[in-house]
Ligand binder design. Sequence first.
Ligand code: ATP
Ligand code: MG
Ligand code: MG
Length: 369
Amino acid sequence: MGKAEDYIEEALAAYELGAPVVGAVRFGEGHINDTFCVHTQPPDGACRRFILQRISAAAFGNPEQLMRNVVGVTDYLKKVIAREGGNPDRETLTILRTRTGTCYFTDRAGGAWRCTPFIEHTVCLQAAETPELFYASAKAFGRFQRLLKDYPADTLFETIEKFHDTENRLRNFRKALEADKLGRAAGVRDEVEFVLRRSADCSVALEAQRAGKLPLRVTHNDTKLNNVLMDEKTGEGICVIDLDTVMPGLAINDFGDSIRFGANHSAEDERDLSKVNFDLGLFEVYTKGFLEGCGGILTPAELEYLPWGAKLMTLECGIRFLTDYLEGDHYFAVHRAGQNLDRCRTQFKLVSDMERCWDDMAAAVRKYA
Ligand code: ATP
Ligand code: MG
Ligand code: MG
């Protein structure tokens, strides 16, 4: 595909940005796409900024379907936000059309580019410096659920197949264990046992979904703090960004992934497990924000299963790290030997912690429901 820089001129030429472009520089701390901030300068007006992104071809095989999801959801959000008296240009992304009217541009090497106006006076934080910021992100993701509650989720493309099919993740784990290509299984007996003892858990959410208890919803699938732009003055969560993984799914999984990622104070690959602790206080903070944002749209069953969302997303992630370790670290890049095993262990430590304070988690949900 080549360096994004080699195609940026071509991509810029595809858009009518209203004024001459005076610069385009790599921007932000995203890990997936090539992101640039573009500056334009009209002769007699203020500079304007845009975000121009080349969508990762490695991560997403079908940019057409991906962009149809993004446009479907953002167009819909704009209408709902306007109806509620909000600012549709600030509270969701605007996908600019190219000169030919398409929602993305394909360069000569097949790279797919999209452009959105920069949402000014916001900040993008990599970590929750305070519980208030974690709360703000929770509220934004909860609001995202509320605003999209009537969107026909089944019309969205499943751009990454079986993304949170935990049963399938378990099957893949069993295959990797059986094959034991690198002879690593003997060294991870405790971890293998940990998974096998929880194999029935892997079906809990999917069974509830199959039984019609958990509704299919529009899910974001990357509900990290850095995918919410916060108001630079108030710290309020303004706009949910990074809609690449918007797909049909379960609300409890969006909730759960935020908890997995945010309700602890350690690195994902921390080797000293005494430092890896599930923070029930942060779980409460996130639950409060998420449920406030949801504004009562979650069903009683979804509320009941929220702790399951947290546990299953963490367990699933640990299983994926362990599977990759057994298979030889093909999927998650490693910078040192055993890193995927360390990552697996942190996730399993968090799962154990959650199991220990299960009743408190359920009580926290009831408190804010
Ligand atoms: P990730 O690693 O989270 O998957 P990514 O590569 O998919 O990231 P994005 O999250 O879409 O990329 O964007 C990268 C960064 O660019 C964001 O974290 C944010 O700082 C910035 N950004 C993206 N869109 C906008 C926007 N419309 N206005 C302001 N900043 C933006
Ligand atoms: Mg992002
Ligand atoms: Mg992303």
